[in-house]
Design a protein around this ligand. Structure first.
Ligand code: BEZ
Length: 180
């Protein structure tokens, strides 16, 4: 439970389109820091075991995309999806999902996920080290709400999905607003 803690300061290696490069693959590296993504914003971050995996691609990511307007109405400036996958994989996944609202963050080396304490082995699936499934509301780099799936463990033979769903997070945002 990381409520009240500052998220780790890391550099993410992204690939961005740059038409000035020309040719069949007009992309270049662009480093983005934690401050670039999270500074001065109230965001939802959700983290999942892998791009293109079934639950993530069929439910979690598309549902966040569909519900983006409702999150905005609850005072959320951005929705970020992070995974221990490199920028090439994350860009291809975003393209295949026709994403317009949710932004993908490639944590290829797993540094952010490790420093969040959420890195787990998924060698049982041939994945290596990946993220446990969790989500958080993060306000200017400080964790405001935390949604971690139960059973954090290495080589878990199930993939719990519920607390970190957009529906559950929205419900919490709405009820905490009413309570405030
Ligand atoms: C899924 O999202 O369905 C999934 C995630 C990790 C491993 C296998 C499946």
């Amino acid at each position: 439970m990381l409520i009240g803690k500052r998220i780790p300061n890391v550099t993410f290696r992204t690939r961005v389109r740059d038409e000035s490069i020309g040719g069949p693959n007009p992309f270049r590296w662009e480093d983005k820091t934690t401050a670039d993504y999270f500074g001065g914003k109230r965001v939802v971050l959700f983290s999942l075991p892998g791009a293109f995996t079934p639950t993530c691609s069929t439910y979690q990511l598309p549902d966040f995309e569909k519900l983006a307007g409702e999150f905005k109405a609850e005072g959320i400036d951005e929705i970020y999806c992070i995974s221990v996958n490199d920028a090439f994989v994350m860009n291809a996944w975003g393209k295949s999902q026709n994403l317009e609202k949710v932004k993908l963050i490639p944590d290829g080396s797993g540094e952010f996920t490790r420093k969040m304490g959420m890195l787990v082995a998924k060698d049982n699936l041939g994945f290596g080290m990946r993220s446990w499934r969790y989500a958080a509301i993060i306000n200017d780099g400080i964790v405001e709400q935390w949604f971690e799936e139960e059973g954090y463990s290495d080589n878990c033979d199930s993939d719990p999905y519920g607390v970190s769903s957009p529906q559950n997070i929205l419900e919490n945002l709405k009820s905490t607003k009413i309570a405030a």
